[in-house]
Design a binder for this molecule. Structure first.
Ligand code: FAD
Length: 449
């Protein structure tokens, strides 16, 4: 097996498990982390950005999009890494609930990093500002230059660089807001905010608030704002086969189709012609993939929020295996998916696992884009896995030579979705999959002391 020198960008859940798998495979690993701690998304920051919509390119970026009250939307059994179970700890500062507060996830990631000795691999407060191929002789062609800057060093002179055999990008994709374009919004007099900059409901006390979106954040935030606001309205594109009432519960939040336009008099008009005067709009409209450090931006592009071309959401065919991405898919169990992707990348880099020829990978990605087009699925859904996630996970496991995703985990994830649909208000505290919990713990016993 070949040992490579590998740069990992980011020490969130993806970067941590990637560095563990790379090191297990015998690679030399350096992790670059812009902040002063591990955890990425799970490091709550009560500060918000100067531009609450996140559009001003000169704003100081706050990485995490967590709101203060956030509890996980997955049960801890399915959420954790496979061989380091996310089990409740008997300790005063821990949250033993099955869908714990966000602080519990950060504790878990810190425990994970300490248990596997990962902290020593990380360069903290070190931001990667450039990743590109070394333009030298042919034999060095596959070497990657990583340029980085320590916190506080803003003039170009303090930029350092290092050359690696491979770069694994684990920089996350829940930081740069995607904003709904609303005709007339420039003249509309109210306040707007993206959920990235939502922390607590109090600023909305007594107001009429419109929440745009139909996923987990929109559901949680609209319910929370409802506790202090005068009225809460939710506008969403109904892409799911359940009614908004099922999705959000039967509280007094009022549901509407998407917004058609906003007016100078403070009203917002919906596509069914109805209209409401609102004081504030909270856009829970998702995030954009963003890799400002990638020099090879003509080879890997972000087009309609699809990162590509990527073979199996990981390797750009013409740059494989030197450049890879962990954590691009969405609507998949994040931590176990990162773990399986990382095993595959680590195995490919060592030569233990073979990639298809470049042309075959290019063909495969082209066929995938063609399928999307034929099915009239916009490119922005290219990395949406949903029900496909289990086949994807099992494919990665088979390629990497490890066990497929546990059956109890697949069943529990599906059961969680069913429960969240039928009990949107209380799925975090009421469930009926006790038998699956027992199976999970039987499985965990092989890893627990
Ligand atoms: P991140 O956690 O974002 O980590 C990326 C890291 O890269 C950060 O530490 C960042 O500082 C660093 N970085 C970025 N750019 C650079 C650079 N240029 N140089 C150096 N370092 C850099 N998942 C679940 O499993 N369960 C949940 O309940 C759940 N709830 C969520 C709720 C919200 C509101 C959000 C936004 C996400 C939620 N997720 C949940 C998904 C969650 O984001 C993933 O679980 C996971 O934490 C993502 O990990 P990551 O490592 O890919 O990215």
């Amino acid at each position: 097996m070949i040992s490579r020198k590998v740069a990992v960008i980011g020490a969130g859940a993806a970067g941590l498990v990637a560095s563990r798998e790379l090191r297990r495979e015998g690679h030399e690993v350096v992790v670059f982390e812009r902040s002063d701690r591990i955890g990425g998304t799970w490091v709550y920051n009560s500060n918000i950005e100067s531009d609450p919509l996140g559009l001003d390119p000169s704003r100081a970026i706050v990485h995490s999009s967590l709101y203060e009250s956030l509890r996980t939307n997955l049960p801890r059994e399915v959420m954790g890494f496979r061989d380091y179970p996310f089990v409740a700890q008997v300790n005063d500062d821990r949250d033993p609930r099955r869908f714990p507060h966000h602080t519990e996830v950060l504790h878990y990631l810190v425990d994970f990093a300490n248990h596997f000795g990962l902290i020593e691999l990380i360069l903290f407060e070190t931001e990667v500002i450039y990743v590109g191929l070394l333009e030298e002789e042919e034999e060095l062609k596959n070497n990657w230059v990583v340029k980085f800057r320590k916190k506080g060093e803003v003039d170009g002179s303090s930029v350092a660089h290092e050359v690696f055999d491979a770069v694994v990008v684990c920089s996350g994709h829940y930081t740069h807001p995607n904003i709904a374009e609303i005709p007339g919004i420039a003249a509309w007099p109210g306040k707007q905010l993206h959920s990235h900059n939502y922390r607590v409901p109090e600023p909305f006390s007594g107001q009429v608030v419109l929440v745009i979106g139909n996923r987990a954040s929109a559901a949680d935030i609209s319910k929370e704002i409802f506790t202090v606001a005068k009225e809460v309205h939710v506008a969403s594109r109904s892409t799911m086969n359940v009614s908004p009432t099922q999705r959000f519960g039967n509280n007094n939040v009022r549901h509407h189709p998407l917004v058609k336009c906003a007016n100078e008099d403070g009203t917002v008009v919906f596509h069914d012609g109805s209209l409401v005067r609102v004081d504030a709009i909270v856009q829970c409209t998702g995030y954009k993939y963003y890799f400002p450090f990638l020099e090879i931006s003509d080879t890997v592009t972000v087009d309609d929020n699809c990162v590509g071309p990527l073979y199996q959401h990981i390797f750009p065919p013409v740059l494989a295996p030197g450049l890879s991405f962990i954590g691009i898919p969405w609507m998949a169990l994040p931590f176990p998916t990162f773990e399986l992707q990382s095993k595959w990348v680590a195995g490919v880099l060592s030569g233990r696992v073979s990639l298809p020829y470049k042309d075959k990978m290019i063909e495969d990605v082209a066929a995938f884009y063609f399928q999307l087009k034929e099915a009239a699925i916009p490119k922005r859904y290219a990395h949406f896995l949903g029900e496909k996630q289990f086949d994807y996970a099992d494919w990665l496991a088979a390629e990497s030579g490890c066990q497929p995703l546990e059956e109890w985990r697949k069943e529990m994830a599906k059961e969680r979705d069913r429960n969240a649909t039928t009990r949107p208000e209380s799925y975090r505290d009421e469930w009926e999959d006790e038998d699956l919990i027992v199976q999970a713990h039987e499985d965990f016993s092989q890893y627990l002391p």
